[in-house]
Ligand binder design. Structure first.
Ligand SMILES: [Zn+2]
Length: 305
């Protein structure tokens, strides 16, 4: 049976929970407060089906939160799909630079952004090439090389636009900085477009969890940066239909009366009403989901030893 909306949220909350503790544990991270916000994300839910079919909760909106990232992905697809579907010759461009160290990462990403934007500006002002594209910033970590791989995935309106950006990219980075063979222009399908809006960074690569210290380094480096950006056009991002401006006072007044409170219980993989003992979603984790959380719990306890 397919999961209901609230069961899907329970699943993502369940999966985020052990992983966020591993990030909170990273010593001296300037992101600690933001990680705690994710711990609190959807921790409390108010719901009464007789009053409304909506679930009231507060969301953290952080990139690493699996609950919020999936909401964001759905919003991005809804917003961009109608535009990108009209691009009949769209291309998928990958732009990379040489792997770098943690210390260089933020500077490198800024430089990549600068060069990308300069290329688009040159096309528009001097060459009569009006690039329309969506750019997504990604970064992965190489466990074997102990370094970071920042890169861009770009969907452009036409192949000509993709080739123009690529050409500019290759000219403006040092030869040893960009490997020409690593840059690619491919025809883009609607599937590759959906892929574009998925999570910023994969928490797992090749079946192994990225160490929390390295994930933290990536999140610090991209702080305040847009991961997905349109160029040459704009889109309006819709509001999440399930998200409600959080009015604590109203909730406190109504609680017990109309909107009973449910609190997240990781061991029960659900939100529980302490008043009635009722569970909110009825979500049952799959074996895979349990294995995922165990993997983090083991890693987490290893870190503590
Ligand atoms: Zn969240």
């Amino acid at each position: 049976m397919p999961l209901t909306t609230i069961q899907k949220r329970a699943r993502r909350k369940y999966l985020t929970y052990p992983f966020i503790f591993s990030l909170i544990e990273v010593a001296n991270s300037p992101m600690k407060k933001a990680y705690w916000n994710t711990y609190h994300c959807c921790k409390d839910v108010w719901y009464n089906k007789e009053v409304s079919d909506r679930y009231l909760a507060k969301y953290c909106k952080n990139k690493w939160c699996l609950v919020c990232a999936s909401i964001r992905t759905a919003q991005l697809i809804n917003a961009y799909k109608p535009v990108l579907e009209t691009w009949k010759e769209k291309s998928f461009l990958t732009l990379t630079v040489k792997n770098c160290s943690e210390l260089e990462l933020r500077k490198k990403l800024k430089e990549m952004n600068k060069i990308f934007y300069a290329g688009i500006e040159l096309g528009r002002k001097r060459k009569g090439i009006f690039v329309k594209c969506v750019k997504k910033m990604e970064c992965t970590y190489s466990e074997t090389r102990k370094d970071y791989h920042p890169h861009f995935h770009v969907v452009t309106e036409t192949k000509e636009q993709a080739e123009f950006i690529l050409d500019y990219w290759l000219k403006h980075f040092e030869k040893e900085e960009v490997n020409e063979l690593a840059q690619k222009v491919l025809p883009a399908s609607d599937g590759s477009m959906v892929e574009l809006f998925k999570y910023f960074t994969k928490i797992i690569t090749k079946g192994k969890i990225i160490p929390p210290e390295n994930l933290n380094a990536i999140f610090c480096a991209i702080k305040g940066m847009h991961t997905v950006r349109p160029y040459g056009f704009s889109v309006a991002l819709p509001d999440d239909p399930d998200e409600i401006v959080f009015d604590v006072e109203a909730i406190e007044l109504k609680e017990n009366e109309y909107l009973p409170h449910f609190g997240w219980e990781q061991d029960l993989h659900d939100w529980l009403s302490h008043r009635t003992g009722e569970m909110l979603s009825g979500y049952e984790p799959s074996k895979k989901a349990v294995a995922w959380t165990k993997q983090f719990e083991e890693k987490f306890s290893k870190l503590r030893e």
